[in-house]
Design a protein around this ligand. Structure first.
Ligand SMILES: NC(=O)c1ccc[n+]([C@@H]2O[C@H](COP(=O)([O-])OP(=O)(O)OC[C@H]3O[C@@H](n4cnc5c(N)ncnc54)[C@H](O)[C@@H]3O)[C@@H](O)[C@H]2O)c1
Length: 449
């Protein structure tokens, strides 16, 4: 009998992927992991979703959804194809490919909090077996896969398995591939967003690319996990810095009596060398306000100070304060003080038409207004109530729009598309618009900032 070589085994994994018989495990059933699981299900794979949140596991297994843009019918279709969710890590041992999509926030000191990644890796390490492929998708600083993930997988494996960097060496395969989704942006289908892949060695690279080529139209191979990790950070830093630039220019334009939105629309007509970014009340979401600081932190290890990131952070973090100062000024022009006033904040989500309030500037604006003695309420069709989170404790319920006339000021913090802005302007005493949502509406009670 011919002995089975490692090379045969990698070919076998490729066959499993090509024939859709590979079992895919996705760890973290959140905004990234769940849609990814559904893409694999659609492509004909059997997928298991792992999560430590039992409510999510039970909801998914019961055919329900907890993400607004994913209808329950899609979960039901996935269940019919063999999808299941579990909190039981021993099932990792039955997966051919494991993809990690857990959170990577900052801690209270603005430093990377990798505890979700390290916790996940420690949990899966005992179940990892020869030739299994482990891919990290969580956004993180360059070096995480090689310096954190690989050593933890090796240390936690009871068989002493090591990462295999070529087809001849026994072990498991590891790669990094960043998630590049833009929630709420339906202009590009998810499968049309090229998938960047960096493997620990050429075999991991090939296998991870083969996995993603089953669900994405194109993969972009880079030479290492660190290059893939850095690619994701470059993309988000580019966005963060450019948003800071327009946020700063907005403040200057206001002093000069120029409409920054008109300027951006005009600049956008240039067919090359300019990409439009828009100012707002501050940065939100799990990516742009956070990811750049992963690199700032890592850069210090190399005696390097990332000045653009720090400056952009400073400008963007200052925006909710700028908005509140403008509310104070607009109200005083109407002869009112902020203290004791009633303010309605429209939009809790960090951007239009999504149900995500992580790092939302609306949270900071509400907190600042409350500190200054204002009675603040909110409206957001995506949030019937807002309780407590990592950095906030609001415990508020959504105020109906019919009550707008009762408020001294309405602040448009998020420009959800279902709002009737003409109606809001007509009913409100004062509208402070941070998103240019009232574009085209002329009324004396509108203040743009
Ligand atoms: N949300 C986005 O738009 C987006 C876009 C690109 C990249 N990312 C990155 O993707 C990663 C995941 O983000 P997300 O938005 O999906 O986060 P999320 O909070 O929506 O989901 C993460 C999930 O992981 C689960 N989890 C936490 N620890 C776990 C563990 N030890 N084992 C199993 N499950 C665990 C949580 O319960 C949660 O369901 C982050 O690194 C983020 O920066 C997010």
């Amino acid at each position: 009998m011919t002995p089975i070589t490692s090379l045969d085994q990698t070919t076998a994994i490729k066959d499993l992927i090509a024939s859709r018989r590979a079992r895919i495990g996705i760890v973290g059933m959140g905004y990234v992991g769940l849609p990814l699981a559904l893409l694999f299900c659609e492509a004909g794979f059997r997928v298991t979703g792992f999560d430590v949140d039992m409510r999510k596991v039970e909801t998914l297994n019961g055919g329900g959804s907890y993400i607004v843009r994913i209808p329950a019918t899609e979960i039901q279709v996935a269940l019919d194809t063999g999808f299941n969710a579990t909190e039981d890590y021993s099932e990792i041992a039955t997966m051919d490919v494991v993809i990690i999509c857990v959170p990577t926030p900052l801690n209270d000191y603005h430093e990377p909090d990798l505890s979700y990644v390290t916790g996940t890796v420690r949990s899966i390490a005992p179940h990892v077996y020869e030739r299994q492929l482990i891919i990290l998708e969580s956004t993180t600083y360059p070096g995480t896969t090689e310096e954190i993930v690989v050593p933890l997988l090796e240390a936690g494996n009871p068989s002493g398995l090591k990462v295999a960097r070529d087809a001849e060496t026994p072990g498991f395969y590891v790669a990094f591939s960043p998630e590049r989704e833009d929630p709420g942006n339906d202009s590009v289908a998810r499968r049309d967003i090229p998938k960047v892949v960096g493997g620990c060695g050429p075999v991991a690279q090939n296998l991870a690319s083969a996995v993603y080529e089953a669900i994405f139209n194109r993969t972009v191979r880079v030479s290492s996990p660190a290059a893939a990790e850095m690619t994701k950070l470059l993309e988000n830093i580019y966005r963060c810095v450019n948003i800071a630039l327009v946020n700063e220019l907005k403040q200057l334009c206001m002093r000069m009596g120029i409409d920054v939105f008109e300027v951006i629309e005009a600049a956008k007509t240039k067919p090359f060398g300019f990409q439009a970014f828009y100012p707002g009340p501050g940065l939100g979401g799990h990516c742009i306000p956070i990811d750049p600081f992963y690199l700032s932190w890592k850069a210090k290890e190399f005696d390097f100070h990332t000045r653009f990131i720090e400056l952009a952070g400073q400008v963007n973090l200052g925006m909710p304060y700028f908005v509140v100062e403008n509310i104070v000024e607009a109200m005083s022009r109407q002869g009112k003080a902020l203290k004791g006033s009633r303010v309605l904040v429209l939009g809790m989500a960090y951007k239009r038409d999504i149900d995500d309030l992580r790092e939302s500037p609306s949270l900071t604006i509400i907190e600042l207004l409350q500190k200054r003695g204002s009675q603040v309420e909110y409206n957001d069709p995506y949030f019937p109530s807002v309780g407590q989170g990592r950095k906030y404790a609001l415990n508020m319920t959504c105020t109906p729009l019919e009550l707008i006339p009762e408020f001294d000021c309405v602040v448009i913090a998020t420009d959800h598309s279902h709002y009737d802005y003409q109606d809001i302007v007509t009913k409100a005493k004062l509208v402070v618009d941070t998103r240019n949502a009232t574009k085209g509406i002329t009324a004396e009670n509108i203040v743009k900032c």
